[in-house]
Design a binder for this molecule. Structure first.
Ligand code: IMP
Ligand code: MG
Length: 176
């Protein structure tokens, strides 16, 4: 277990909650039709849950689905290939879909999911909690970004290192 290590707070709960509300208001202004939130597991589960509530407060009635994706970027040869571990169940044709991920780094994960849903006929908006600038390998910009992330490995608020720290209510950096 790595649980004992101290975590330095980078973005606290209040700041996250405020930003979620702002994003929800921006999305509500677009008056999405039959809005379906698609959260990419596992990293975005907490952000998606809070954003769902923020969307409710902004006057929307979103439904939610989960897609579990995995990328082999840590393999010896980084192929950048993304695989579907669990797909969504709903038909997305002609629906407004809000695709949510935790971090946009190379951009491969969100680009893969966006193309897949668009090919099924969805109108896709993308939303990332964090964006790491200058790292993208594919040309994709999220429509909504929570915060710009410094070039550090962050944990908490759904994000992990070796499966730990997802439970933290804030975004932080593990101290070495
Ligand atoms: P990419 O945009 O396809 O490169 O993938 C981004 C994914 O890498 C995110 O969804 C995270 O799962 C993971 N990731 C990238 N940077 C971090 C980090 O700092 N902390 C935790 N996970 C990260
Ligand atoms: Mg992830």
């Amino acid at each position: 277990m790595v649980q004992e290590r101290r975590v330095r707070v980078l973005i606290d709960e209040e700041k996250i909650a405020r930003r979620n509300q702002e994003i929800a208001v921006e999305i509500a202004k677009r008056e999405p039709k039959q809005l379906l939130v698609v959260a990419i597991l596992k990293g975005s589960f907490m952000f998606a849950a809070d954003l769902m509530r923020a969307l409710h407060h902004a006057g929307l009635m979103p439904q939610v689905e989960f897609m579990h994706l995995s990328s082999y970027r840590d393999a010896t040869v980084s192929s950048g290939q993304v695989v579907i571990l669990k797909d969504i169940e709903s038909d997305v044709k002609d629906r407004d879909v809000l695709l949510i991920d935790d971090i946009l780094e190379s951009g491969r994960t969100i680009a893969f999911a966006k193309d897949l849903l668009a090919a099924r006929g969805a109108r896709v908006m993308t939303c990332c909690l964090l964006e790491k600038p200058g790292k993208s390998a594919v040309t994709i910009k999220a429509d909504y970004v929570g915060f710009t992330c410094p070039d550090l490995f962050v944990v908490g608020y759904g994000m992990d290192v070796a499966h730990s720290y997802r439970q933290l209510p804030f975004i932080g950096v593990v101290e070495t």
